[in-house]
Ligand binder design. Structure first.
Ligand code: NAP
Length: 484
């Protein structure tokens, strides 16, 4: 199978925060890969912008270094890197100041697509939007890309949306959630809506429950002070896990078109029931020998912030009434693994006796580290000796199924940046979606804050607190193994 690469139209991409971690680790290496694939046209330009003074050549040296560090070796072609870097420029500019804007204006062209990526702290979104407008850099067709966190509650998200709306129309704003840029996530829609096989079964009558897991092995690292004010609910559930839940639970949109898809996602968020305290388990990883625990990592001995959360949700609509959605995410868990598992009900009657033939099918959609899907089915164990049943996975690992091109699956960021250039907002969150997700999350967070709930302890390298296992066992179910 050969993947088609269709070049995008010429563009100027200005990256505010062009010297930051996200730009160096993800955005620019991703752009280089698109350049290498032939998708970035000759006339495209990338302009890094940040406060530090440096020349184009200094910046090119920095980005060349990032490409060598963050792009797979097999993709490091020195000639191509040189050609890509020739399209990269730098302007020193303070998003809150007055200097540098003339130079930026001179560096951008009016006759190509203009994109400004806000890869800076959210406190700079307002001043940046305002200046882009005042200084005549943002035009009516200019697109802006906004990074998470998009607010820390409904009030701050509304304020941020309001500020951006003063200067940009909603169809110019691309709120990025990199989970939506993953190949598998889009494939989830293809599998659901491009086949007759699954959709008739995709409801409470046939689906026992759904599990969504995003497990990390790392702790909070250098982000301790930010993370302690956020926690797993704000950092992961309100955005990434909620978006995955929406794609699993939504009704088929009438078209694969931005607002049609986002309307359906919004209906799912609005159909979520409030979450009762006994449906939530929060945890904090403990010290392990010399390795610090969560409270040491964030330097807050009294912290009640969760580095792990598991919860049971209910979507109150005709399709899903009675099918629980279990979500869990956490740091310092046993493996780095993100997946969605649709667990189907057991057959209503076993013709093979009590024990056999009663295993439910599971469609597992793996998001990382290796993207792919497996469908667990029951078959007869090969060989003589009677009818013994075994479960086997029908495996569709993309790297294998798509041959040599399978390993060329674009990273979420590179795909999403190209979508911005194409002007396709399908995989970006709309203002009302973000606000609805906060409107759901706020009372849940307020509940545990008012009660002063203390997170449960869990061992680093485990599957999270024991209480999270009990959450499932109470319902006669079990979490899937967390493994890569
Ligand atoms: N890193 C990630 O993996 C990741 C993932 C998801 C979301 N995000 C979000 O993406 C944004 C950027 O994250 P990051 O990790 O790249 O942050 P970072 O490493 O701290 O970089 C911040 C960037 O902003 C620039 N900057 C700071 N103040 C500025 C100002 N007043 N005017 C112009 N530029 C300014 C900095 O350069 P100077 O100091 O030279 O100005 C630097 O280039 C944040 O909103 C973050 O929450 C990051």
């Amino acid at each position: 199978m050969v993947s088609r690469v269709i070049p995008v139209d010429p563009f100027d991409l200005v990256i505010f925060g062009g010297t930051g971690d996200l730009a160096r680790r993800k955005i620019l290496p991703g752009l280089y890969r698109r350049f290498l694939a032939g998708q970035m046209p000759e006339e495209a330009r990338v302009i890094g912008a940040a406060r530090s003074e440096m020349s184009d050549d200094d910046y090119r040296a920095m980005i060349g270094q990032s490409i060598r560090e963050f792009v797979a070796r097999g993709k490091q072609d020195e000639e191509a890197i040189g050609k890509f870097l020739a399209r990269v420029h730098y302007v020193a500019i303070d998003a809150t100041g007055e200097a540098g804007w003339k130079a930026l204006k001179a560096a951008t062209r009016k006759d190509v697509i203009q994109v400004v990526y806000f890869s800076v702290a959210p406190s700079l979104f307002g001043p940046l939007a305002e200046r882009l407008h005042q200084k005549g850099i943002a035009c009516a067709t200019c697109r802006i890309v906004v990074e998470k966190p998009f607010g820390r509650d409904l009030a701050t998200a509304r304020a941020l949306n309001g500020t951006l709306a003063e200067h940009f129309h909603e169809n110019q704003i691309y709120r990025i959630d990199h989970y939506l840029g993953k190949e598998t996530v889009q494939n989830l829609m293809a599998v659901r809506f491009g086949n007759m096989l699954f959709e008739p079964l995709w409801n409470a009558q046939y689906v026992d429950h759904i599990q969504i897991t995003a497990a990390e092995t790392v702790g909070v690292g250098g982000r301790g002070s930010y993370y302690d004010k956020s926690g797993a609910m704000r950092d992961m559930v309100q955005n990434h896990l909620m978006q995955l839940l929406c794609l699993i639970a939504m009704e088929p949109p009438s078209q694969f078109e931005p607002d049609a898809v986002r309307d359906e996602k919004l209906k799912v968020i609005r159909a979520l029931d409030p979450v009762a305290p006994e449906e939530i388990v929060r945890g904090q990883y403990q010290p392990n020998g010399a390795a610090p625990g969560y409270r040491q990592d964030v330097q807050n001995a009294e912290s009640l912030t969760e580095s792990f959360i598991a919860m049971r949700l209910h979507v109150s609509n005709w399709r899903w009434k009675g099918t629980p959605f279990y979500l869990r995410t956490g740091k310092k868990l046993k493996a780095r693994a993100s997946e969605i598992a649709v667990v189907f009900k057991d057959p209503p009657h076993s013709i093979f006796g009590q024990q056999e033939g009663r295993r439910g099918n599971v469609l597992a959609i793996k998001l990382q580290p290796n993207e792919g899907m497996t469908l667990r089915v029951t078959i007869k164990e090969p060989g003589p000796g009677g009818m013994r049943l075994v479960e086997v996975p029908l495996d569709m690992s993309f790297a294998e199924a798509l041959g040599p091109n399978g390993t060329d699956i674009p990273d979420a960021y590179e795909r999403l940046v190209m979508d911005v250039v194409r002007g396709n907002q399908t995989l970006f969150m709309r203002d009302d979606e973000v606000e609805a997700a906060w409107a759901w999350a706020d009372p849940v967070i307020a509940g545990w804050e008012e009660r002063g709930d203390r997170p449960c302890a869990y061992e680093p390298g485990s599957a999270g607190p024991e209480e999270a296992q009990i959450l499932m066992h109470r319902d006669g179910r079990r979490w899937r193994e967390i493994r890569e």
